[in-house]
Design a protein around this ligand. Structure first.
Ligand code: NAP
Length: 295
């Protein structure tokens, strides 16, 4: 039975992959942090892939705590650089297609028009810098079939995401302050999972499938404040009293990590070469809000 091996287990993207419909006869297995050495999650990857003998590898594992990464650069690098490097080398040696996920935070946000895959990165944070180094490690290892989906503001009802934290505070009746000077595109984890599935299937089925770096994101561009406003409006329609929502500037937060002000990604390449188009987050918001408020 062809096996798909996903790195990551309880994260929002890993769980969204688990929630997809997979072709009959495919077996989806997950490797989480409990299966990997804490300090060097890349060690032993080759042996693990040899033992599992997957037809396809999907890497959702990453160090995603953007602020904490500033004080834990080694832990961030172990997951965001060394793990993808080890995966790419093992996938190359064993000729297994690899799909990995990167971030818009590799950019500094100064361009002010949609970023292409070919634009020069300039990360502002340890998280962005380690993710960029991971992308470069994969490009350098160059397995025969590989793809990196560079994505933006991944959200869902799973884990400590922006919508979950916002609605928890709204439920508690707390006044909310959200930045309106960072612009990007919320991407539903389920949408990203479907894109990963499609890209992976193409790499598996078609030896001539396009490889390399692809931007992928939700279709709607907004600020975090605009996104918060839409989430609260959806919550209000199902009975949650609307708390006050104040627009603030990023500088007021004094966050340890700097974030780019404008990180809209151009998705022309993935649309033209693979026919993949991101969904509007507005189509996901009602479902997401209902699930969050039900818990
Ligand atoms: N969240 C965003 O806004 C965002 C934006 C752009 C790009 N991305 C990228 O999208 C991808 C998926 O992110 P996500 O939001 O799904 O992340 P997430 O919910 O924070 O999940 C992180 C995953 O990494 C795994 N992991 C963490 N520490 C580990 C360790 N020491 N050893 C092995 N695995 C470990 C976790 O494994 P367990 O399941 O075992 O806990 C979990 O499945 C990542 O590449 C991320 O950089 C995310």
């Amino acid at each position: 039975m062809p096996r798909i091996l996903a790195l990551g287990e309880s994260g929002q993207l890993a769980r969204s992959l688990a929630g997809l419909r997979w072709p009959a006869g495919f077996d989806l297995a997950f490797i989480g942090r409990r299966h990997l050495p804490v300090d060097s999650p890349g060690a032993g990857i080759h042996a693990a892939l040899e033992a599992a003998n997957p037809a396809l590898v999907l890497n959702t594992a990453a160090y995603t705590a953007v602020d904490r990464a500033e004080s834990e650069p080694q832990a961030a690098a172990a997951l965001n650089v060394e793990l993808p490097r080890a995966l790419a080398e093992a996938c190359g040696a064993l000729d297994i297609p690899l799909v990995h996920v990167s971030t818009d935070y590799v950019f500094d946000g100064e361009k002010r028009s949609p970023y292409l895959e070919t634009d020069a990165p300039n990360p502002l944070s340890v998280y962005g810098a380690t993710k960029l180094a991971g992308d470069r490690a994969i490009e350098q290892a160059a397995p025969r079939r590989w793809a990196i989906l560079r994505t933006s503001w991944v959200v869902s009802e799973i884990g400590e995401t922006f919508p979950v934290k916002l609605l928890r505070r709204a439920k508690a009746g707390e006044p909310l302050r959200v930045v309106d000077d960072q612009w990007g595109c919320p991407t539903a984890a389920s949408d990203l999972a479907r894109a990963m599935q499609t890209v992976g299937s193409r790499l598996l089925d078609d030896d001539a499938a396009a490889t390399g770096l692809f931007n992928f994101r939700g279709a709607s561009e907004m600020s975090w404040h605009g996104f918060a406003d839409r989430l609260l409006s959806a919550a209000e329609t199902i009975g949650l009293a609307r708390p006050s929502l104040q627009a603030i500037k990023s500088a007021e937060l004094n966050a340890p990590a700097r974030r780019p002000a404008y990180v809209v990604l151009s998705c022309a390449r993935i649309q033209q070469t693979l026919g993949i188009v991101g969904s509007k987050i507005e189509d996901e918001i009602d479902r997401m809000v209902r699930r969050i408020l039900a818990t």
